[in-house]
Design a protein around this ligand. Sequence first.
Ligand SMILES: Nc1nc2c(c(=O)[nH]1)N[C@H]1C(S)=C(S)[C@@H](COP(=O)(O)OP(=O)(O)OC[C@H]3O[C@@H](n4cnc5c(=O)[nH]c(N)nc54)[C@H](O)[C@@H]3O)O[C@H]1N2
Ligand SMILES: Nc1nc2c(c(=O)[nH]1)N[C@H]1C(S)=C(S)[C@@H](COP(=O)(O)OP(=O)(O)OC[C@H]3O[C@@H](n4cnc5c(=O)[nH]c(N)nc54)[C@H](O)[C@@H]3O)O[C@H]1N2
Ligand code: SF4
Ligand SMILES: [Mo]
Length: 704
Amino acid sequence: MSENTHIHYRTCNLCEAMCGLEITYRNGEILSIKGDKEDPFSKGYICPKAVALQDVYCDPDRLRKPVRKTNNGWEEISWKNAFDLVESGLKDIQKKYGNDAIAIYQGNPSVHSIGMMLFSSTFFKALRTKNRFSATSVDQLPHHFASQFMFGHSFLLPVPDINRTQYFLVLGANPIASNGSIMSAAGMPEKINLLQARGGKMIVVDPRYTETALKADRHIFIKPGTDVFFLAAILHVFFNNGLTKQGHFPKWITGEEKLKGIFDRFSPERVAKITGIPAQTITTTAFEFSAASSAVCYGRIGVSTQQHGTLCQWLINLINIVTGNFDRPGGAMFSNPAIDVIKYSAPKGTMDKYNRWQSRVRRYPEFGGQLPVAALAEECLTPGDGQIKALVTSAGNPVLSTPNGRQLEMALTSLDFMVSIDIYINETTRFADIILPPTTGLETEHYDLAFHAIAVHNTAKYSPPLFAPSNGARHDWQIYKELTRRMKKHRTFVEKISDPFITPSRMLNHGLKKGLYNLNLRKLKKYPHGIDLGPLKPVFPESLYTPDKMLHLVPEIFVNGLRKISLDPTGNTNGSLSLIGRRHLRSNNSWMHNSLRLVKGPNRCTLMINPLDAEIRNICSGDPVTVTSANGEVVLPADVTEQLMPGVVSIPHGWGHNRSGIRLKTAKLHPGVSINDLTDHLFVDNISGNAAFSGVKVHVILAD
Ligand SMILES: Nc1nc2c(c(=O)[nH]1)N[C@H]1C(S)=C(S)[C@@H](COP(=O)(O)OP(=O)(O)OC[C@H]3O[C@@H](n4cnc5c(=O)[nH]c(N)nc54)[C@H](O)[C@@H]3O)O[C@H]1N2
Ligand SMILES: Nc1nc2c(c(=O)[nH]1)N[C@H]1C(S)=C(S)[C@@H](COP(=O)(O)OP(=O)(O)OC[C@H]3O[C@@H](n4cnc5c(=O)[nH]c(N)nc54)[C@H](O)[C@@H]3O)O[C@H]1N2
Ligand code: SF4
Ligand SMILES: [Mo]
């Protein structure tokens, strides 16, 4: 290694897997990005996205300075000028229309940045608006509902103890492509190999024969959106055959008597036709699950983003709890992170933070201070008191990631003022008046506050920045601090004098010192690969946040929802097909397609369709097809494949860069189409208001 060549260790912040990276660089240039074999969490595993970190860092399309929209296009402006314009723009709106006229949308990378995790909420609180939205409600909101009502805290998220389980029942997740979610578990392929090598089994329930299903011991096709029936039938089999630990639940579990009879009507025979799963398969799965020495049921985005998403997450928890596979090795467990974000965010629990207000037009309930983003466009477009007139987006691209993106585009055009804190001019931020670009990825320090708390093994790791910010660039936390200073009405004396000293590092240090492991930042920095803090340990009843310190098996809100579900046949489909999404290893939501080495290879933005459905429509692989829904139409190439069950088609989300005014090279090279031009803002989870993406009705024909 030459004298100027150095090695930097850090954690990749692109997805939830927290892979350790070994980055070799010379004079500010990256020579290689490899997996860090000494990282105790990821042990050398990485995926192709890690290498794209350098492409984001070097990308000429990435913004480094604030820009303002003018009649002659975008103009770079100074930070001072940008902050002045944002302050006056937002204050004007507040004065004219009131605080709720400003809406906020926070996107997915918010949880992958320590700066945003620690500093954005003070700014958003300073805006004092009830119109807060985020990517949570196109993703995991049902998990939070289940946790809130059962355990008393929305962030107490159970994760499958994949390293020790003997039976892994997976619904609506494809961790071989996604690398796991609400299950930070770097190196999924190896984890599945090890599970099978110790005699364990993995069962995958999915309308598509996925990359994960390919590795599984059994794959079960299910009709999109019908998981609630499958899960209820599993519980039916448990209760009808004495396969539960009833009568022997720990003392901190309450509501056992309320379970009586609620699954009676969901017999496997009754739900077989609805789900497309033979009754015998359901019964066998239930018996196997209960007989395994340890077992865990895990359901992710495919079961969250559907009409009964919240009920699914509740039933998944029930399956784990009533079989004694909860909060114990090999079952569903909770992480024991070095910084306890839960204690920090809500020391007294969050039981009351639900339905304190509702969305104006459709009366969706608030949850944890937020409203479902499916309502954002209609709240902008519907005139009247309380109409949204301005929007602040932060690390989000809702035009491509929320249902009925075309309607949202219309809504964004109607706004009086819009600010985006983002690194690109893309499908959403092109509507902004001002864009404030923070440093990103390799220029930032990093600690996974969120993902250490949903990891399958306890570790802690701090990553210093690799490169200094380019001239004058600001970190996101510095941007939020400045915005808070300008927008907060009353700052206390203590806030004013302590402000210059508050940095992410100081807050981390404080969190580590107060945590379980007697750590501090200085100590942690001595371990550039991270520290191993051991396997997951049981946490209940101490960690229950319900006011009565009990785990509630049957919250009213859920059992009422279950009662309303009809088992009657749904009627004629009129030749329509059921649309679902998918993820690819070489793509990351909507924003990394500018890395050409990441998206290289065949076009992945295709319509997957079963040969039976293709044949009657005269469609062959590669043919352009028109896909139409109640809300829109897209044209894309077909991929005829038996991976999809008959009656179901699939399009990956995050594409559709062929819109005007975007400054991304991928817009010309790999535009694709957006699945969310087809999805429906009125199709939501009945309880939480989370977007329902699974099972949108579409018609498919050969394009002219
Ligand atoms: N139909 C359908 N729709 C879906 C999904 C689906 O499965 N099907 N999945 C949903 C899910 S799970 C999610 S999480 C959402 C994601 O939805 P969003 O969070 O709205 O979208 P992303 O594509 O993650 O966009 C991230 C944005 O952050 C910017 N960005 C990247 N890094 C940084 C940074 O360091 N700082 C700042 N300030 N900005 C940054 C990018 O330029 C981009 O504009 O999409 C959802 N939409
Ligand atoms: N490479 C890559 N990795 C990512 C991302 C990415 O965009 N690219 N995004 C990240 C984000 S933000 C998230 S939230 C996670 C998500 O992580 P996962 O939850 O693993 O997401 P997907 O890979 O979309 O898998 C969802 C699966 O649900 C299936 N499905 C769809 N509808 C139904 C249904 O009705 N019932 C059942 N049982 N299954 C259904 C789909 O066929 C698909 O296989 O991935 C993260 N990791
Ligand atoms: S799996 Fe996720 S964390 Fe690991 S290298 Fe890929 S993107 Fe980064
Ligand atoms: Mo997500």
